[in-house]
Design a protein around this ligand. Sequence first.
Ligand code: HEC
Ligand code: HEC
Length: 503
Amino acid sequence: MNYPFWDVGIGYGILMAVIAITHVFVSHFAIGGGLYLVVAETAARRANDVMRLEYLRKLTKFFVLTTLVFGALSGVGIWVIIGLLNPAATEALIHNFVWGWATEWTFFIVEICAAIIYFYGWKTMTARSHQTVGWIYFAAAWLSLVVINGIICFMLTPGKWLETGNFWHGFFNPTYWPSLVFRTGICVMLAGIYSMAVASTYPADDFKARTVRYNAWWSVIGLAVIAVSWLWYWKAIPADITTRAIEMMSTPMAAIDLAYWFLGILAVIVVIFGLAIPKFMHTAVAVVLLALGLGFFGGFEWMRESIRKPYVIYDYMYGNAVELAHTDTYQREGYLSQMAFRTGDDGADLFRRACRSCHTMDGYQPLKPAFDGTDAAFIKAVILGSHTLRGNMPRFLGTDEEAGLIAGHIWDQVDQRPMRDVYRVKDVELGKKVYDIRCGKCHVIGGYNDKTESLAGLSEDEFADILDNASDYGEEMPAFTGDEYERKALIQYLGTLEEGGEQ
Ligand code: HEC
Ligand code: HEC
């Protein structure tokens, strides 16, 4: 907690996703495209295919512009964003992998130089040297993946590094190899669809047909590698992470389901427009392919980034930069004493540190609707029990007093009228609302930690006992602090619960 906090009104998860996903979509093409260019060039020269060589020259221009200009800029953008969003995690990655980064950047410089020479060398260099430069380009680009893949996988599966702190244990971590193969498959697949996009602008003649078909085969091979290595990849992620993701994290699982769909549709379009009727590969179809590719890759990356929640580095650091190794210090001395930069408003500072990396008050993952119509005591109890909520949140490791300060800060910003005025409902409907807000965060009916079975069929006295003696039932369970109306309405609602479903 040694850095000032970057507090702007955007959802950090979304910001990170947008920049990172567009970057990987281009950077993987930079690798696959490099291989494509030099392999296709070799074949075209051997066949003395002048038209194909001219097409490749044009493709190189598109390639250099997208990968070098957009890829390099967005890559720097990622550093800026992660440095602002989570300086502590960024620092941890830099410290642990200093030489990894240095190696990666060296490859990147070689890659950039080779790409520029390759582009300008089409007309001036001999065939042989030009191809050599092409291979140097591809090798440097792929080797940068070889390096960065280790660091990216490390965040989800740090493996033995957690005990040893050894560079190589962190680097060659459990998902390293499957991820490398998987990503290489993506590179090849993307080379196919990007190069089809360029070929799609050509007049519908035989040249276009054979070029599109050739490019489509790249996508098909890439798709095959993706399909096979995906299963290997998923199996390599420790089972406790994947099982919990399947049970508790509907959004990342929906993202990966969507990714399957995108990939499936993409495969069908590649087969139809790429292999069967390549002359009709219209630019609009190519754009759809690119969009599907982006959607697939986005879904996959979203899932990968999300299932390690609540950690930013699994089992090592939470998303809010709280380092697990410092648990004792936090619990003894609190978060505030660890903050080098304080604004004077302790509640706000604590909120930024403990919650703001994943929530806003009323934008991305908003907390206001979760607490409108409640009270500071309830909010504090939820903070202290945050690890028992649905959604897999980090445990609050600060002091009891600090939880109170955060609760005060949140309560100042919510609707403080009673729930019946906030939502303009009464009786059972009010009861349902009270349940959703005061119980449903920890017990989703028909879902996460459902308590319907325990609650169905109890008497009013028994309900009253649960509300009055909450902590006897669960240590983290908040006492009921709503007003008389809410209490009555909630008991009325609980009386309607039946086992095996709602009402
Ligand atoms: C590492 C990320 C992370 C941090 C830090 C975090 N949360 Fe959460 N929180 C989540 C996620 C993810 C969910 C589930 C959201 C969903 O599925 O809609 C969630 C859900 C919640 C919910 C339930 C929302 C609802 O409507 O059901 C509340 C309330 C909440 N968080 C409060 C807090 C508070 C207060 C803090 C700070 C003390 C905090 N969270 C810190 C990630 C985080
Ligand atoms: C901050 C999280 C949280 C909230 C909010 C919460 N509970 Fe709980 N509840 C728990 C925990 C933790 C336990 C004990 C562990 C377990 O059974 O999951 C528990 C246990 C229970 C049990 C005991 C279940 C059994 O199996 O015997 C019941 C019943 C229950 N809660 C009902 C409620 C009702 C009704 C509300 C709303 C007024 C509520 N809870 C609000 C966290 C919460």
